[in-house]
Design a protein around this ligand. Structure first.
Ligand code: AGP
Length: 611
């Protein structure tokens, strides 16, 4: 997720761009840049670092400039650096981009065969090269851009400035947010409202396939989907927005955590889409050769906190699909127990931040023992990503809330992709099974959308749970790690004691905690262990406990439990990605009702960079 801004109008472009980027820094902040046009040519200023670092390289007396584009980056392809910073400027074409061009590798190799020399490692750079390619073939600006867009697959919000078009600025939306702001003889675009609130309250929320052309005469929008190019009524799209800047930064949500819970369909889609069509390409990208695959006889997956819970889910997925034995460990334990790391071990760390001290130490320990190391990480250029032999990036974007949500489901999506790829490589899956798995995994973002529709129901259920003292979270099989995750979410943001347990373990101790009204949350999709989970519910019910059931078949439990949270059915191996969502919402609403600081809970840090 990055932040883009564009401006055209009065002679204050540099100020508008810089101030706008500062208000978008929550979207990405590892590098930044602007491109401005003042009559003659385009000037480019960009640097690794924060917006304040960018300000230091912009000449003081740059004078009055009336047009420009800007970008603050959250790296997805290509480490944070000046050369990977946006705008990307090629032969008089400057581009800023938010999103992922999924097929950039094939476009890049096509252009390199045409003699194009790339300056960066980014996916974005293919865009100005393609526009320039078509301009050189004689297409005028708009057509050169439209032809370029026909090559792109993936999500993008683009800001485009072409040197030869001094009175034009272009913006395109497809899968990544983009708003247009309108004021007296001034026109703006940005990834999000906060960037433009100081200048206007009149916005157009561009839709997918909207091509926007901004000129001294105003804003023109055309719908360019389905091979069309149809004018859109601009006046009818204008909305007056009365959000405060703080509300706007959270996209209108009360907290970043809720915003990030609702971003999960996009986070999972972006993580899956890059590799789902050809999972074996993922192993190539990870540098895992067929020979190495034959050697791999054990995986160690190591992480902390929520990422550890993802690792536990990963074990079920990878062992089921590839039959490679998987050991899972908490990093702070792994690093001190002199782990037995034999030849043929693939070590996988899972870390949202890429900076967790215990996880880094465990990864270094494994590497020192000769294991091949792979990290599943959300931050390009982080320590874990630089030190591992290979990196499988989640595409969740910056996660601001301390309680991890979208990064977790993106980690599960990445583990699902890895499990399918390893299963194919180990020849454990038939073609039919692979097709089914791909189809089912592609459905997950839409299933998360459907799971989110239970939000109001969950909020109502939360009201009577707000002052409970103890919670049990219970699940069997692959649902057990989701029970652990649900318990962690609740305790870390509401400060209520909560324990996750294998439901089958109740009779070995935890059931002693159950008495009148003590809530037990069951993660209970109808799967091969459902009937056993039903028995566990009966055990709790018989002792007066309160039961909240998360299930895809409410009719089987309605008469046994106190509250039902319905979730859509999903492939058993991918169901955790969907069924964790109501548990995140339950924790969120209870914490809000208790008046807790949901985004920054007491005693916690977003990244634990110390032991
Ligand atoms: C999750 O909600 C917590 N914030 C915490 O457990 C976190 O998952 C853990 O500290 C690991 O962080 P990492 O993924 O950045 O390594």
């Amino acid at each position: 997720m990055c932040g883009i801004v564009g401006y055209m109008g009065k002679e204050r472009a540099v100020d508008v761009l810089i101030e706008g980027l500062k208000r978008l820094e929550y979207r990405g902040y590892d590098s930044a840049g602007i491109a401005i046009q003042n009559g003659s040519g385009i000037e480019l200023y960009k640097t690794k670092g924060k917006i304040r670092d960018l300000e230091t390289i912009i000449p003081a007396g740059i004078g009055s400039v009336s047009k420009g584009i800007g970008h603050t980056r959250w790296a997805t392809h290509g480490a944070p650096s000046t050369r990977n910073a946006h705008p990307h400027y090629i032969d008089g074409v400057a581009v800023v981009h938010n999103g992922i061009i999924e097929n950039y590798r094939e476009i890049r190799s096509f252009l390199e065969k045409e003699g194009v020399r790339f300056l960066s490692d980014t996916d974005t750079e293919v865009v100005p090269h393609l526009i320039s390619y078509y301009l050189k073939q004689g297409y005028e600006d708009k057509q050169a851009i439209l032809r370029t867009l026909t090559h792109l697959r993936g999500s993008y919000a683009l800001g485009i400035m072409i040197e030869s078009s001094q009175d034009r600025l272009y913006a395109v939306r497809n899968g990544s947010p983009l708003v247009v702001g309108l004021s007296e003889e001034e026109y703006f675009f940005a990834s999000d409202i906060p960037a433009l609130l100081p200048y206007t309250r009149r916005f157009i929320f561009l839709e997918d396939c909207h091509f926007c052309s901004i000129g001294s005469g105003g804003v023109e929008i055309e719908y360019i989907g389905d091979g069309l190019c149809k004018k859109v009524d601009v006046e009818g799209l204008i909305k007056e927005i009365d959000w405060s800047p703080s509300m706007a930064e959270k996209g209108g949500y009360e907290h970043f955590m809720l915003k990030e819970i609702y971003e999960q369909p996009r986070a999972v889609r972006d993580t899956i889409n890059e590799w789902i069509d050809d999972p074996l390409k993922l192993l190539e990208e990870l540098g895992i050769t067929t020979k190495q695959m034959l050697e791999f006889n054990r995986l160690h997956i190591v992480a902390c906190g929520t990422s550890y819970h993802a690792a536990l889910v990963g074990r079920y997925i990878i062992e089921k699909l590839s039959r490679i034995p998987v050991d899972v460990d908490i990093a702070s334990e792994y690093r001190y127990r002199e782990p037995i790391i034999e030849r043929g071990t693939l070590f996988i760390s899972i870390t949202q931040s890429g900076e967790t001290a215990d996880t880094l130490a465990a990864q270094r320990e494994a590497k020192a023992h000769g294991a091949r190391t792979l990290t599943i990480c959300n931050v390009v250029g982080s320590t874990a990503s630089r030190e591992a032999d290979s990196v499988l990036y989640t595409r969740a974007g910056p996660e601001i809330g301390v309680a991890s949500t979208k990064a977790f489901t993106a980690q599960l999506a990445a583990l699902a992709l890895l499990g399918v790829a390893l299963g194919i490589k180990k020849k454990r899956l038939t073609n039919g099974e692979v097709s089914t798995l791909k189809l089912q995994l592609k459905k997950v973002p839409e299933l998360i959308e459907r799971a989110l529709k239970a939000d109001e129901t969950i909020k109502e259920i939360s009201r009577s749970l707000t002052y409970a003292r103890d919670f049990l979270y219970l699940g069997r099989g692959i649902n057990f790690p989701i029970a652990l995750e649900g318990a962690l979410k609740l305790k870390e943001i509401s400060y209520i004691h909560a324990e996750g347990y294998p439901a089958g373990e109740m009779k070995h101790g935890p059931i002693a905690l159950v008495e009148e009204g003590v809530p037990s949350v069951f993660v209970a999709p109808v799967d091969e262990l459902f009937s056993k989970t039903l028995s566990n519910m009966e055990e709790v019910k018989a002792r007066g406990g309160r039961i909240i059931a998360v299930t895809d078949e409410p009719q089987y439990v309605e008469d046994k439990v106190d509250d039902v949270i319905a979730v859509p059915s999903a492939h058993p191996l991918f169901a955790p990605i969907v069924h964790v969502v109501p548990l995140q919402l339950l924790a969120y609403h209870i914490a809000v009702m208790r008046g807790c600081n949901v985004d920054q809970p007491r005693n916690l840090a977003k990244s634990v960079t110390v032991e």
